[in-house]
Design a protein around this ligand. Structure first.
Ligand code: HEC
Length: 149
Protein backbone atom coordinates (compact mmCIF):
# COMPACT_ATOMS: atom_id res chain seq x y z
CA UNK A 1 0.00 0.00 0.00
CA UNK A 2 1.41 3.41 -0.89
CA UNK A 3 1.70 6.17 1.63
CA UNK A 4 -1.15 8.05 -0.09
CA UNK A 5 -3.47 5.05 0.10
CA UNK A 6 -2.77 4.62 3.81
CA UNK A 7 -3.50 8.26 4.40
CA UNK A 8 -6.79 8.25 2.51
CA UNK A 9 -7.86 5.13 4.41
CA UNK A 10 -7.15 6.87 7.68
CA UNK A 11 -9.16 9.88 6.58
CA UNK A 12 -12.02 7.62 5.57
CA UNK A 13 -12.01 5.89 8.97
CA UNK A 14 -11.98 9.22 10.76
CA UNK A 15 -14.89 10.51 8.70
CA UNK A 16 -16.89 7.34 9.46
CA UNK A 17 -16.20 7.65 13.18
CA UNK A 18 -17.25 11.31 13.13
CA UNK A 19 -20.46 10.46 11.28
CA UNK A 20 -21.22 7.72 13.80
CA UNK A 21 -20.79 10.14 16.68
CA UNK A 22 -23.00 12.73 15.04
CA UNK A 23 -25.72 10.16 14.52
CA UNK A 24 -25.47 8.92 18.10
CA UNK A 25 -25.96 12.50 19.34
CA UNK A 26 -28.88 13.13 17.04
CA UNK A 27 -30.66 10.01 18.32
CA UNK A 28 -30.58 11.06 21.95
CA UNK A 29 -33.80 12.61 23.14
CA UNK A 30 -33.22 16.08 24.39
CA UNK A 31 -35.61 16.54 27.32
CA UNK A 32 -35.67 20.30 26.82
CA UNK A 33 -36.33 20.37 23.14
CA UNK A 34 -39.82 21.79 23.25
CA UNK A 35 -42.50 20.71 20.84
CA UNK A 36 -43.74 23.80 19.01
CA UNK A 37 -47.42 22.94 19.61
CA UNK A 38 -47.43 21.66 23.18
CA UNK A 39 -44.27 23.19 24.71
CA UNK A 40 -43.39 19.76 26.06
CA UNK A 41 -40.25 17.69 25.48
CA UNK A 42 -41.92 14.87 23.56
CA UNK A 43 -43.74 14.52 20.27
CA UNK A 44 -47.28 13.19 19.88
CA UNK A 45 -45.85 10.16 18.05
CA UNK A 46 -43.81 9.29 21.13
CA UNK A 47 -46.93 9.64 23.31
CA UNK A 48 -48.86 7.29 21.00
CA UNK A 49 -46.07 4.72 21.15
CA UNK A 50 -45.90 5.12 24.93
CA UNK A 51 -49.59 4.41 25.34
CA UNK A 52 -49.10 0.97 23.76
CA UNK A 53 -46.13 0.23 26.01
CA UNK A 54 -48.07 1.42 29.05
CA UNK A 55 -51.25 -0.53 28.37
CA UNK A 56 -49.24 -3.70 27.71
CA UNK A 57 -46.84 -3.56 30.65
CA UNK A 58 -47.86 -1.05 33.29
CA UNK A 59 -51.65 -0.68 33.35
CA UNK A 60 -52.30 -3.84 35.37
CA UNK A 61 -50.56 -2.26 38.37
CA UNK A 62 -50.74 1.50 37.80
CA UNK A 63 -54.28 1.53 36.35
CA UNK A 64 -55.52 2.07 32.78
CA UNK A 65 -55.33 5.85 33.18
CA UNK A 66 -52.32 5.80 35.50
CA UNK A 67 -54.68 6.65 38.37
CA UNK A 68 -53.79 3.78 40.73
CA UNK A 69 -53.47 3.56 43.66
CA UNK A 70 -55.44 6.38 45.29
CA UNK A 71 -54.12 5.34 48.71
CA UNK A 72 -50.52 5.32 47.46
CA UNK A 73 -49.19 6.96 50.62
CA UNK A 74 -50.15 3.96 52.76
CA UNK A 75 -47.79 0.97 52.85
CA UNK A 76 -49.38 -2.50 52.93
CA UNK A 77 -49.08 -5.11 55.69
CA UNK A 78 -45.53 -5.94 54.52
CA UNK A 79 -44.51 -2.29 54.75
CA UNK A 80 -44.32 -2.00 50.94
CA UNK A 81 -45.96 0.76 48.96
CA UNK A 82 -48.66 0.14 46.34
CA UNK A 83 -48.15 1.38 42.74
CA UNK A 84 -48.62 5.16 42.84
CA UNK A 85 -50.61 7.09 40.23
CA UNK A 86 -48.36 8.35 37.41
CA UNK A 87 -50.95 10.83 36.16
CA UNK A 88 -49.49 13.80 38.01
CA UNK A 89 -51.54 13.50 41.20
CA UNK A 90 -48.88 11.63 43.19
CA UNK A 91 -45.16 11.90 43.48
CA UNK A 92 -43.72 11.29 40.01
CA UNK A 93 -43.44 14.99 39.20
CA UNK A 94 -40.94 15.37 42.03
CA UNK A 95 -38.45 13.35 40.02
CA UNK A 96 -36.29 14.58 37.14
CA UNK A 97 -36.34 12.62 33.88
CA UNK A 98 -33.15 10.61 34.57
CA UNK A 99 -34.58 9.43 37.89
CA UNK A 100 -37.89 8.38 36.32
CA UNK A 101 -35.90 6.42 33.73
CA UNK A 102 -33.77 4.82 36.41
CA UNK A 103 -36.80 3.74 38.45
CA UNK A 104 -38.39 2.20 35.38
CA UNK A 105 -35.18 0.52 34.20
CA UNK A 106 -34.04 -0.80 37.55
CA UNK A 107 -37.27 -1.11 39.54
CA UNK A 108 -37.34 -0.53 43.29
CA UNK A 109 -36.66 -2.58 46.38
CA UNK A 110 -40.45 -2.58 46.72
CA UNK A 111 -42.85 -4.12 44.19
CA UNK A 112 -41.91 -2.12 41.10
CA UNK A 113 -40.28 -4.53 38.61
CA UNK A 114 -37.19 -3.65 36.52
CA UNK A 115 -37.83 -3.10 32.82
CA UNK A 116 -34.38 -2.69 31.32
CA UNK A 117 -34.31 -6.20 29.84
CA UNK A 118 -37.84 -5.92 28.45
CA UNK A 119 -38.06 -2.37 27.10
CA UNK A 120 -35.70 -0.40 24.85
CA UNK A 121 -34.51 3.09 25.83
CA UNK A 122 -36.90 4.48 23.28
CA UNK A 123 -39.83 2.58 24.80
CA UNK A 124 -38.96 3.88 28.27
CA UNK A 125 -38.85 7.46 26.91
CA UNK A 126 -42.18 6.83 25.20
CA UNK A 127 -43.93 5.51 28.29
CA UNK A 128 -42.75 8.52 30.32
CA UNK A 129 -43.99 10.80 27.54
CA UNK A 130 -47.36 9.07 27.70
CA UNK A 131 -47.92 9.43 31.43
CA UNK A 132 -46.58 12.99 31.37
CA UNK A 133 -49.13 13.79 28.66
CA UNK A 134 -51.72 13.20 31.43
CA UNK A 135 -50.17 15.85 33.64
CA UNK A 136 -51.95 19.18 33.67
CA UNK A 137 -49.91 22.10 32.31
CA UNK A 138 -49.40 23.58 35.72
CA UNK A 139 -47.86 20.41 37.13
CA UNK A 140 -45.75 19.92 34.04
CA UNK A 141 -44.44 23.49 34.23
CA UNK A 142 -43.49 23.08 37.88
CA UNK A 143 -41.69 19.84 37.01
CA UNK A 144 -39.92 21.51 34.10
CA UNK A 145 -38.88 24.55 36.08
CA UNK A 146 -37.67 22.41 38.95
CA UNK A 147 -35.57 20.03 36.90
CA UNK A 148 -34.34 22.13 34.00
CA UNK A 149 -30.76 23.25 34.45
C1 HEC B 1 -46.21 -5.49 39.37
C2 HEC B 1 -46.79 -4.16 39.47
C3 HEC B 1 -46.12 -3.02 38.68
C4 HEC B 1 -45.93 -2.95 37.32
C5 HEC B 1 -46.31 -3.98 36.26
C6 HEC B 1 -45.33 -1.65 37.07
N1 HEC B 1 -45.15 -0.98 38.26
FE1 HEC B 1 -44.35 0.90 38.48
N2 HEC B 1 -44.50 0.72 40.49
C7 HEC B 1 -45.06 -0.34 41.16
C8 HEC B 1 -44.96 -0.12 42.60
C9 HEC B 1 -45.47 -1.06 43.68
C10 HEC B 1 -44.31 1.14 42.75
C11 HEC B 1 -43.93 1.81 44.08
C12 HEC B 1 -42.61 1.16 44.44
C13 HEC B 1 -41.97 1.63 45.69
O1 HEC B 1 -42.39 2.63 46.27
O2 HEC B 1 -41.00 0.92 46.07
C14 HEC B 1 -44.04 1.64 41.41
C15 HEC B 1 -43.42 2.84 41.14
C16 HEC B 1 -43.24 3.37 39.88
C17 HEC B 1 -42.64 4.68 39.61
C18 HEC B 1 -42.13 5.67 40.63
C19 HEC B 1 -43.20 6.69 40.90
C20 HEC B 1 -42.85 7.70 41.96
O3 HEC B 1 -43.74 8.52 42.24
O4 HEC B 1 -41.75 7.69 42.51
C21 HEC B 1 -42.67 4.84 38.25
C22 HEC B 1 -42.19 6.06 37.46
C23 HEC B 1 -43.26 3.64 37.69
N3 HEC B 1 -43.59 2.77 38.71
C24 HEC B 1 -43.47 3.44 36.34
C25 HEC B 1 -43.88 2.22 35.80
C26 HEC B 1 -43.93 1.95 34.38
C27 HEC B 1 -43.60 2.98 33.29
C28 HEC B 1 -44.33 0.66 34.22
C29 HEC B 1 -44.49 -0.13 32.94
C30 HEC B 1 -43.34 -0.19 32.08
C31 HEC B 1 -44.56 0.12 35.56
N4 HEC B 1 -44.28 1.09 36.48
C32 HEC B 1 -45.02 -1.16 35.81
C33 HEC B 1 -45.62 -1.47 40.60
C34 HEC B 1 -45.61 -1.80 39.26
Amino acid sequence: MTHDQTLSRMVLVLVLVALGLLQACAEQTDPWHEDANTGRWYTQELVAQGEQVYQTHCANCHGAKAEATPQWIKPDADGLYPPPPLNGTAHAWHHPLPMLKKTINEGTTGRMPAWQDKLSDQEVDAVIAWFQSLWPDQGYLIWQRRHKH
